[in-house]
Design a protein around this ligand. Sequence first.
Ligand code: ZN
Length: 241
Amino acid sequence: MPPARSPLTLVASHDAGRSVPASASARIVESVTAAIIERRLMPGTKLSEQKMADIFHVSRTLVRQALNQLSRDRLVTLEPARGAFVATPSVAEARQVFQVRTMLEAAMVRSLCAQITDRQIAELRAHLRDEAAAVARTDVTGRTRLLADFHVVLARLGGNEVLAQLLADLLSRSSLIALMYQSSHSAAHSQLEHERIVDALEQRDAEAAAALMERHLAAVEQNLHLDPHTADLSAALLPTL
Ligand SMILES: [Zn+2]
């Protein structure tokens, strides 16, 4: 059932456990989003309608529908006469995305403390173990997806689908932003910060959970190279990576 393999990085390969999209265009939206979250598709990449139609074995009309949806999600930019491109979020947009995430996610973990069950804590622990395993075996695609999913899993646990959907959208945009501005916040750090957040949830310490989430998102944002005026000269001239 999945489309033929192609050199283009548009094939969602390991999403078998996730819900099956209703239509062909939804499947394309899902594949492109997954490729962005897993950092297989870079900002500014041209998304040729014809190539995508070939890859997914669908009409260009369906591809166009998918691109329109992705453009509404702000993952794709449609340029008259030039076509569709993976979006290149601006610095202002990047800051705004993190500002909104901080507001939503701090409030989210605070209210989650009042209702989270022991079973849900166990679920989060299982997720953290998967994260740690992916970080340990330097599975870049897997860990990127798992680290992003942690935030969506938290939103789902609260039972608020509107919030979960909103955060899923912001997370995809955050992935693009991380690609665009070369995030240097390490996966290992994120994983440890997630552990601390779950510790606070387990203790039902709402204030600590909210503060840890704020600190985590601030650390992620600070490690984006958003401000060229404060670029670290020695880091620029002597890259360690
Ligand atoms: Zn995180």
